[in-house]
Design a protein around this ligand. Structure first.
Ligand code: COA
Length: 175
């Protein structure tokens, strides 16, 4: 599938390149970011980023990829990532994202989420997009509420992170 670049007022969402591994690793080693993300190797190494990007490059060769991942660029530099996982074309997917700490609090992720959700409803014909946030992640809850997601409930012990079970809030937008 051709992953189209998505442009917003300030940002460009584009497919990953192998050369993104270094910046991704630097950010995913930041505990203020990694503590809120599930399924992340810890400690996070450059090989982990290389593996992930390699998988994404393979995945997008499929007619209907299960994951579509984008780099978020601001002034031609990678500042974060956003993606859809578990995609069922014509039906649903799960949203995930992270942003470099120095860019927090400027409305960047709300801008990226708004653009990706609109693209997914239009071009992937999705009818439901969901996102799960660990309990206490007020930043991510803020993004989702600002982007019109509704809280659906709390999933107890949903994720195992660092040998602990974490409760997750589930949010969704439907079309
Ligand atoms: C969550 C994250 C992506 C937020 O990105 P951001 O660009 O700073 O978010 P925005 O600026 O678009 O904020 C959207 C809304 O959420 C609110 N918000 C953002 N961070 C917040 C925080 N730490 N606490 C409370 N509210 C917050 C904002 O106030 C804003 O609402 P407003 O415009 O009405 O004031 C970023 O903090 C991050 O990468 N965190 C670590 C990784 C992570 O949590 N990923 C998501 C996993 S589910």
């Amino acid at each position: 599938m051709k992953i189209e670049t998505i442009k917003t007022k300030r940002l460009v969402l584009r497919p990953y390149r192998m050369s993104d591994a270094e910046i991704a690793t630097k950010n995913l080693c930041n505990k203020k970011i990694s503590r809120w993300l599930s399924s992340l190797p810890s400690p996070y190494r450059i090989e982990d980023a290389n593996n992930w990007i390699g998988k994404m490059i393979e995945e997008r060769k499929k007619k209907e990829p299960q994951t579509i991942a984008y780099v978020i660029e601001y002034e031609k530099k990678m500042i974060g990532a956003i993606g859809l996982h578990g995609i069922v074309f014509g039906h649903k997917a799960e949203l995930g994202y992270w942003l470099s700490e120095e860019f927090w609090g400027k409305g960047v992720m709300s801008e990226a989420v708004t653009a990706l959700v609109s693209y997914a409803f239009r071009r992937l014909r999705l009818r439901r997009i969901q996102a799960g946030t660990f309990v206490g992640n007020s930043g991510s809850e803020g993004v989702l509420k600002k982007c019109g997601f509704q809280h659906e409930g709390l999933i107890r012990n949903d994720v195992k992170k660092n040998n602990r079970f974490v409760d997750c809030n589930i949010f969704s937008r439907i079309k």
